[in-house]
Ligand binder design. Structure first.
Ligand code: NAD
Ligand code: MG
Length: 384
């Protein structure tokens, strides 16, 4: 039995992880589940999986969770520090699936326990990439990428032969507005923007996919995970979301991993690694007239991809600022305070205006994150 913890169990990735564990309950024992506000779902998951701990980040909801789990043996905790503590409880495998910079501390704590961390929370790696990678090395933690592109690359990349890698190619579906011009995006609503054509995901990453910020964050994520410079990370539009990414070697071989657009495949890969387990999700039907197409990305239409490359070149604290200002802009769009096509402008303005120091610890990262958020709020207010 592998002891596992899921940080962000009530989200899209969290629920897919729970689904896989339920399908293999003889193999896994759940140490802790954490969530932000969804008491009912967290309580149900904790009971179904017989979790040892259920932790709700919103401390005002402690009483509700306690009540929901009163006739069970599940231990109840609440508050942000309790989420971070849960991340550090001994477990053989931790899924880091909190969305955004809110997950940085818990993800870092999980890495510090020297275990295997399945990393979905890409924003944590973007904000504090160098610190996370150093900590993984120091504590002997194995980082397994869950993001479908990075998981695909992990499956076909030989880390001992990095000198023979010509480039990696991240595929991008292009999101719901791939064929729309920037002008046509003027009155796009949150409801339209979250409707992703191939993937079913949480609201924040769905908006990131529509702006292509998701791919920008993924370039930075890949750079840290695979120790590659921006020049060796390409992006290709692949609307079917079946080839999840590729590695091109110097001899011309291009290796890829394919699968249905269902996150249960990369999660299952991370959950069982280095073994494999059956997925509880959908699988590819290769005989169903499968059509795969690839096209270059239009960088004038999706400027954030270039921004990500500049951010990587600047190094230091720029990725944390890039991420924080994007989080503010996405939240403002979702609450109808900002137009969709202004999301990138907010990020660009904050990057231009802010004096960005290089962080040497998590405290520095949080300071940068807070200042970027403050400046981004100001830019949003000015645009509204
Ligand atoms: P989601 O919004 O569906 O779920 C987020 C989870 O984080 C929930 O359990 C929520 O309760 C928890 N959470 C949110 N704010 C929190 C806070 N302040 N404190 C503690 N917990 C908090 O998000 P998602 O789509 O599951 O994405 C999770 C992460 O995985 C993101 O970083 C995303 O980029 C990444 N990811 C998701 C997908 C996908 O298919 N959904 C694919 C690749 C990568
Ligand atoms: Mg991805």
């Amino acid at each position: 039995m592998k002891t596992v913890t899921i940080l962000g169990s009530t989200g899209s990735i969290g629920c897919s992880t729970v689904d896989l564990i339920k399908g293999h309950c003889d193999k896994f024992k759940v140490r802790a589940l954490t969530a932000h506000k969804n008491v009912a779902l967290l309580a149900r998951q904790a009971q179904e999986l017989q979790a040892e701990y259920a932790v709700i980040a919103d401390k005002d909801l402690y009483g509700n969770l306690k009540e929901a789990l009163k006739n069970t043996t599940v231990k109840v905790e609440a508050g942000h520090p309790a989420v971070v503590t849960a991340a550090g409880l001994p477990a053989q495998w931790v899924m880091a699936a909190i969305v955004g910079a809110a997950g940085v501390e818990a993800t870092f704590r999980a890495i510090q326990q020297g275990t295997t961390v399945a990393l979905a929370n890409k924003e944590a790696l973007v904000c504090a990439g160098a610190l996370m990678i150093d900590a993984a090395q120091k504590y002997g933690t194995t980082l397994l990428p869950v993001d479908s592109e990075h998981n695909a690359i992990f499956q076909v990349l030989n880390p001992a032969r990095m000198d023979q890698v010509k480039r990696i190619i991240l595929t991008a579906s292009g999101g719901p507005f791939l064929r729309k011009t920037r002008q046509e995006l003027a009155d796009v609503t949150p409801e339209q923007a979250v409707r992703h054509p191939t993937w079913s995901m949480g609201a924040k990453i769905s908006i990131d996919s529509a702006t292509m910020m998701n791919k920008s964050l993924e370039i930075i994520e890949a750079s840290y995970l695979f120790k590659l410079k921006s020049e060796k990370i390409d992006v290709l539009i692949h609307p079917q979301s079946i080839v999840h990414s590729m590695v091109e070697y110097i001899d011309g071989s291009v290796l890829s991993q394919m699968g249905a657009p269902d996150m249960r495949t990369p999660i299952a890969h991370a959950l069982a690694w280095p073994e494999r387990i059956a997925t509880t999700g959908s699988t590819l039907n290769l005989s169903n007239n499968l059509h795969l197409s690839f096209e270059p990305i239009d960088l004038t239409r999706f400027p954030s991809v270039q921004m990500a490359r500049q951010v990587l070149q600047a190094e230091g604290g720029a990725p944390a600022v890039f991420n924080a200002s994007n989080e503010v802009a996405v939240a403002a769009f979702l609450t109808r305070k900002l137009k969709f096509f202004h999301i990138e402008n907010v990020v660009e303005k904050v990057l231009q205006n802010m004096k960005i120091n290089s962080p040497s610890n998590l405290h520095d990262v949080f300071s940068l994150d807070q200042e970027a958020r403050r400046q981004a709020e100001g830019v949003v207010a000015g645009m509204g």
